[in-house]
Ligand binder design. Structure first.
Ligand code: AR6
Length: 194
């Protein structure tokens, strides 16, 4: 198992908000049942967290993505949809790939499409009997979605799903930087105490 010591320590560093955990660091070290990839519609890799996941998980993930493209997803994965593959060499068993919206000023259905990413990823996790899932800040890097607005959507959608479903039992929000961490802390404290 790669990075075993890191795998054991991330939980100790995470903040807990009931069934939600907040962790600052690299999503590729997590040993949740699934980690979510902020992919693009080609499913064939890219930069940001997508590149990091494929690098850490190895070629098995890309092989499975290619098979998806050769089958049901011939035209690629549409924005807001989600699909599951192996986690390859990752500690996480699976990767759930979703395509966030490119930020275009906020009037091109970006909030609805981003909400779909969270809902559909959680639905795929539940359908596959997964207990735990970790999300990066979908669309908040290369796709330019403003972080405060993206955080509001992410927290709202995850809380709504958890309220209505027993599985996944645990959801981890993974943030890369301190600014993002503060945004999630504020939102989670307000919403989970409300
Ligand atoms: N662990 C956790 N979070 C990360 C990591 C990591 N290892 N690396 C980046 N982030 P981005 P997008 C954060 O750009 O905006 C790719 O090329 C990052 O700080 O990865 O949805 C795809 O193929 C940011 O907050 O995804 C698409 O073409 C968040 O993850 C496009 O980028 C998402 O940043 C998708 O753009």
């Amino acid at each position: 198992m790669p990075n075993q010591s890191l795998n054991n320590s991330w939980r100790a560093q995470a903040q807990s908000f009931g069934r939600i955990l907040l962790y600052q660091g690299d999503i590729t070290i997590l040993d949740t049942d699934a980690i979510v990839n902020a992919a693009n519609s080609s499913l064939l890799g890219g930069g940001g967290v997508d590149g990091a996941i494929h690098r850490a998980g190895g070629p098995q993930i890309l092989d499975e993505c290619r098979r998806l493209r050769a089958g049901h997803y011939g035209k690629g994965l549409r924005t807001g949809e989600a699909v599951i593959t192996t986690g390859g060499r990752l500690s996480a068993k699976h990767v759930i790939h979703t395509v966030g919206p490119v930020w275009n000023g906020g009037h091109k259905q970006e909030p609805e499409l981003l909400a779909n990413c969270y809902r559909n990823s959680l639905r795929v996790a539940a359908e596959n009997g997964l207990h735990s899932i970790a999300f990066p800040g979908i669309s908040t890097g290369i796709y330019g979605y403003p972080k405060p607005e993206a955080t509001t959507v992410a927290v709202r959608e995850v809380l709504a799903f958890l309220e209505a479903h027993a599985q996944p039992a645990e959801v981890v929000f993974v943030v890369f930087d301190a600014e993002n961490k503060r945004l999630y802390e504020r939102e989670l404290t307000a919403k989970t105490l409300a």
